[in-house]
Design a protein around this ligand. Sequence first.
Ligand SMILES: Cc1ncc(COP(=O)(O)O)c(C=O)c1O
Length: 375
Amino acid sequence: MSLITEDNSWKYSSVLNNKNYNFNKDKILKILSKNDIDEAYNIISLWDGYISTPLISLNKLSKELKLNKIFYKDESKRFGLKSFKALGGAYAVQKISKNKKDIIISTATAGNHGRSVAWGSKKLGLKCKIFISEHVSESRAKVMRNFGADIIRVKGNYENSLNECIKKSNENNWQIIQDVAWQDYKLVPKLTMAGYSVMMKEISEQIKKQQISHVILQAGVGGMAAAMVAGIARYLNHVPKIIIVEPESAACVLESIKSGKIEKISIEKESLMGGMSCGEVSLIPWEILKNSVSDCVTVSDDYISKTIKFLANCKFSDKKIIGGECATPGIISLIGLCNDVEIKKKINLNEVSNVLLFGCEGDADEELYQKLLNL
Ligand SMILES: Cc1ncc(COP(=O)(O)O)c(C=O)c1O
């Protein structure tokens, strides 16, 4: 039975080709080095409970879209933390704390990064202060509290929570573990990216000898996407077409790629994809993404609930998949791109394509997941 062709309404919102595309492996690995990447894998793979997350075939969807294969990296299974973010913040806490026990960790978060930092701090017996905006759900706050973190709510958006975190951390000499970079704060975001790159190491082993032709990478501030690009440079022999997907209301990477420089955008309406609702690409990711991304695409929130249900009800694959809101835009954009015959042809999506997608999170926000599943 046809899911998508019967309902041709799945659309992307906008698409942009990068005029400055020029993938340069050496340049990328100068920004996030082979040593950074290898050290992260060597350390993280020794953590208790470490196991590769599944790479699932969305065989029903690839058949319907007339593509060869679609691989879905299922991060709902990452260390019981339910998102790839488990790899970044906790790794940075370990590297920065250097076995010291008398430091206090702090961070600002939309949810999953803070969960990783709280978890990493708890493992090392460190105190942890986490700043969240009014948009972060209580259900997410509770999980971080359960890891022993003090939660500080800040009025306004993510940026307000970050500013407050920086202010209080400077006053109290707390060690900030942030996943975004600013002037003179680049080491920690680099470490979080090195942690994320473990996903690409696993994928390079899971695909065996198969070549990936296209990869669609979600972006908020671009850390995850840039880490995957560095992982591609480090681990893959064949460079796939690299496509960035963002919420239409927070397309800061697309706007920056369009003008060739970092553009700050104002977010009029927060996307349901909370972790991706960011107004400015981070400095280090930008250095990697600006020439290695081939295309950018944006999607609305309209298909999130349907995608979550289809994942859960085995409509895309033989296996039931728990994918939260940020796990959906890769699938939504891929269907949208394939429904546009001209674009599909232009970006070479066809019967020999092997597409890699990231299921970035599971039901990390359980309440929201249940709501979207049952809409
Ligand atoms: C839960 C979650 N948070 C954040 C992001 C964005 O990551 P970054 O801010 O590193 O681009 C993603 C990416 O999809 C995500 O799934």
